[in-house]
Design a protein around this ligand. Structure first.
Ligand SMILES: Cc1ncc(COP(=O)(O)O)c(C=O)c1O
Length: 422
């Protein structure tokens, strides 16, 4: 049996697949696992209980009947879409309505549609690519474009901000010099894996760059404001509304990753195209997530959850995780990226004598999972010494897991200096 080019792309396993397979294998072994590798959000008791109770209440009142026994429209659940547009108008000041919103099967699915809507062959005969204006960037962007080499990234600049801290920033000089083959710009804010969130000024700069080129700026808001609210510096605000802005949201990091619901907010003409694509791909989405969150939108309880529960919960966890690292890594040459949000710490061991992949393997043998840095270079060809010195640690785990996992990382990094590359 021969495969098409489409299938061949998936026949050679992606980094994401390898990591998921590793995790699956470990779960079936006898080893106790300290999983600092995955992207699962924490189970925040108040939020988790609210969802469980609401589910029970809706099921008892038979209000879920239409949710599971009927297809929604390919745009998504209409009451949810209307309420979400009102919620964003209120919290971001955007002059939008229901026709600016589409629901998808999670934001990973949104990016699949968007990246292929703006990369590859155009009717004019030109070929365009997706630009990631920062790198390191989200691993999930890596294999989304159906055409080869249709995504590229510009490595971020590094600034040392304190004894054991650093920060990335946009290389605006390199970004200004790009040619006309860019079909869309995409950035996550805050960023998975680094926890970086670009400033208001840099975001406005990117939006103007997109407008000047008449291409979209895709803003991945999987962790940001107004939902789920895992963004710590209070001065960071949403961008202004623009025909060129495509804002992507998700219910996953609110605590509902299993319900696979994403929202794309964009100019009506683009939403119209995406509705048709979504109808072809899925007919309609799972509407359970939308139905559950609808009641949080109606009385603005979602904003209260984001600001008063979710944000402080993760801000505390981030500070704790940094404190564990600072205590465990004493004497090592390490730097942690400033933690603006998302659920990860990004740690750079400058001069590490082994690759982050080798460190990952050694940790895995002890049942400790982290993600090695080289996976976070989507659109970057060739090796990057910097990425090979970095690892991503999820701090969404319970405190004891985090503390023991970080201690194990410190052990293995120290051992690497003693043993060298063997
Ligand atoms: C930056 C970023 N974007 C998008 C996603 C995909 O989220 P989902 O498909 O669950 O909505 C994730 C998941 O971890 C993420 O970290």
């Amino acid at each position: 049996m021969r495969f098409s080019k489409f299938a061949e792309r998936f026949a050679s396993h992606s980094g994401t697949r390898q990591l998921m397979d590793d995790l699956g294998q470990l779960q079936h072994s006898d080893l106790e696992i300290l999983n600092l590798g995955g992207g699962n959000p924490s189970r925040i008791p108040e939020v988790h209980d609210w969802f469980s109770n609401k589910l029970r209440e809706l099921a008892t009142a038979r209000e879920l009947d239409n949710t599971f026994a009927a297809y929604d429209s390919p745009q998504g659940n209409q009451p949810f879409i209307r309420a979400f547009a009102r919620f964003l108008s209120a919290h971001c000041g955007w002059p939008i309505s229901a026709s600016n919103v589409l629901c998808t099967a999670g934001s990973q699915a949104s990016f699949f549609l968007l990246f292929n809507a703006f990369s590859g062959a155009y009717a004019t005969g030109e070929k365009r690519r997706i630009l990631l204006p920062q790198m390191p960037e989200y691993i999930g962007y890596t294999d989304l474009c159906l055409e080869a080499d249709a995504i590229f990234s510009v490595p971020s600049k590094i600034a040392l901000t304190g004894d054991h801290r650093f920060r990335y920033s946009l290389d605006t000089v390199a970004l200004e010099q790009l040619d006309g083959t860019v079909g869309a710009i995409c950035i996550s804010r805050p960023t998975n894996p680094t926890g970086n969130a670009i400033s208001n000024a840099d975001l406005e700069w990117l939006l103007r760059l997109a407008e000047a080129r008449d291409i979209p700026l895709i803003l991945d808001n999987a962790y940001g404001n107004p939902l789920p609210g895992i963004l710590f510096p209070t001065e960071l605000s949403p961008p202004r509304w623009s025909k060129h802005l495509v804002a992507c949201f998700s219910l996953s990091k609110l605590g509902l990753p299993g319900l696979r619901t994403g929202m794309v907010v964009a100019d009506e003409a683009l939403i119209d195209v995406l509705i048709s694509a979504n109808a072809t791909l899925a007919l309609a989405n799972n509407s359970l997530g939308a139905r559950l969150v609808l009641d949080l939108l109606v009385d603005d309880q979602l904003a209260v959850f984001a600001k008063q529960i979710i944000r402080p919960f993760y801000a505390t966890k981030s500070r704790q995780a940094i404190a564990y690292c600072d205590a465990a890594f004493v004497g090592l040459d390490y730097r942690i990226h400033e933690s603006d949000g998302a659920i990860f710490l990004w740690v750079w061991f400058a001069g590490l004598p082994i690759t982050a992949q080798a460190l990952y393997q050694r940790l895995k043998q002890r049942g400790v999972l982290v993600i090695p840095g080289h996976h976070f270079g989507p659109g970057h060809s060739g090796a990057s010494k910097h990425l090979e010195e970095c690892i991503r640690i999820s701090y969404a785990q319970p405190e004891a897991t985090l503390q023991r996992g970080i201690a194990a990382i410190a052990d293995e990094v120290r051992a690497a200096y003693i043993r060298g590359q063997q």
